[in-house]
Design a protein around this ligand. Structure first.
Ligand SMILES: *Cc1c(COP(=O)(O)O)cnc(C)c1O
Length: 360
């Protein structure tokens, strides 16, 4: 068992059980005599790994049959461009919520391809909340509506799927995928980079309703065309084989744990106790509207910022790593994804309480 808890926002902790299994299979996967990364992606061994990964993800997320699951490269950031290329489908405008740094990046990329209507923005409130529904300015003629369900930097999470009528809904779930149940049928497209809550960097997951693909913007690169990727089972070119294998082990791990309902309960418990410790302390603060606090990324500041360096040094000594906040927010950020054991959150809370006591 590793003696540290890593609170990195991404790449992030992976489940110990998964790392152990990968280690056991490192030199010889299932009697093949090969490491998975040495295998041809078209050989029967790797094809079985890829098929099982997709089947398990479909089972865990209860993905309906009329959705394609694509395993791509390029990160969530490539999807910021691929989404308008594939989903504009002759239209000239798309709707975007602006709730944080990742929303902003998605918006600035989309502007290269279409007019962007900002449905609502929390930028004036320093991205500490989600704008209330009565302020939303939805365009019924938009090609799609895009939102970032969990802003990884700000620690702001939508508490429900926004009701946008009949316009196709697109969501970036990079930092909440597999953290709790989600009704896939409500979406046109769901996408996520793997390195927060799934597996190693290098794999990007796209789940897209199959009637929406095949009508791309002129000039769209082949690799960005969802229809081409779907028709080729995500093997138009060489997929990120080892990242997909490890992610498949994580899908199995989530299944064994009881799936997303069980995962969601654990995650809610972990987040609730950490926020309670912050709110009850009189020493730490979280700036986010309570209803919209992220279950995955918990930013907090010390009332006395001159103690930040001491806090981080002591945390490191206690085996609590990567707690420094994002440079745009300051303070601390504890990312408590699926792989963070409850014991890690308990250890962090104890450390925070002791630090507050000895510095008040
Ligand atoms: C990390 C992150 C991204 C960027 O992911 P890459 O895979 O590095 O491109 C996009 N959106 C959200 C919400 C993220 O957390």
């Amino acid at each position: 068992m590793s003696s540290v808890f890593n609170f990195s926002a991404g790449p992030a902790m992976l489940p110990q059980a998964v790392l152990k299994q990968a280690q056991q299979e490192f030199l010889d996967w299932n009697g093949s005599g090969m490491n998975v990364m040495e295998m041809s992606h078209r050989g029967k061994e790797f094809m079985s790994i890829a098929a099982k990964a997709e089947a398990d993800l479909r089972e865990v997320m209860q993905i309906p049959d009329n959705y394609k699951v694509l395993f791509l490269q390029g990160g969530a950031s490539s999807q910021f461009a691929a989404i308008p290329m594939n989903l504009l489908r002759g239209k000239k405008t798309a709707d975007y919520f602006n709730t944080g740094q990742w929303s902003k990046k998605a918006i600035s990329e989309a502007k290269k391809f279409c007019d962007v209507n900002i449905v609502a923005s929390s930028e004036d409130e320093n991205f500490s909340t989600v704008p209330e529904k009565d302020t939303w300015n939805l365009n019924p003629d938009a090609a799609y509506v895009h939102y970032t369900t969990n802003e990884t930097i700000g620690g702001v999470e939508f508490d429900a799927i926004p009701d946008v009528g009949d316009v196709p809904l697109v969501v970036d779930i990079s930092s909440t995928i597999l953290s709790r149940p989600v009704d896939v049928s409500k979406f046109a497209l769901i996408y996520a980079g793997a390195q927060k809550n799934v597996g190693p960097a290098g794999l990007t997951i796209v789940i897209v309703r199959d009637d929406l693909i095949g009508d791309v913007l002129a000039g769209t690169p082949t690799m960005f065309d969802y229809k081409v990727q779907a028709d080729n089972d995500s093997m138009y070119n060489t997929p990120p084989t080892y990242a997909l294998y490890l992610s498949g082990l994580v899908f199995q791990w989530v299944k064994d744990l009881g799936g997303l309902p069980a995962m969601g309960e654990i995650n809610k418990r972990k987040a609730d106790k950490l926020y309670a410790a912050i709110d009850d302390s009189g020493f730490y603060q979280n700036p986010v509207t309570p209803k919209y606090r992220s279950w995955m990324n918990v930013p907090f500041t010390l009332n006395d910022a001159s103690l930040d360096a001491d806090f981080l040094a002591g945390a490191k000594e206690a085996g609590l790593l990567t707690l420094k906040g994002h440079r745009s927010v300051g303070g601390m950020r504890a990312s408590i994804y699926n792989a963070m054991p409850e014991e890690g959150v308990d250890t962090l809370i104890s450390y925070m309480q002791e630090f507050a006591k000895s510095h008040s």
